[in-house]
Design a protein around this ligand. Structure first.
Ligand code: SF4
Length: 64
């Protein structure tokens, strides 16, 4: 399972990096940056799922 981000949709509300700071960080404008390359580990999956589900812009996804 991988995390994908759509920076075109991201409005920089910051929920993702508040909820999953191991998976996401902010760039200089507060927009999402992905910290994890490739498949996400099992122990981070719950955290990542929570952030994906709480992004108000639907800018994040988990994909197989
Ligand atoms: S929660 Fe969504 S809109 Fe907010 S910073 Fe993260 S990706 Fe961007």
């Amino acid at each position: 399972v991988k995390v994908t981000t759509d920076v075109e949709k991201c409005q920089g509300h910051g929920r993702c990096y508040d909820l999953a700071p191991t998976v996401f960080d902010a760039d200089e404008q507060g927009r999402v940056m992905l910290l994890v390359a490739g498949d996400i580990s099992d122990d981070l999956r719950g955290e990542a799922r929570n952030a994906v589900d709480n992004c108000p812009e639907h800018a994040l996804a988990l994909t197989d």
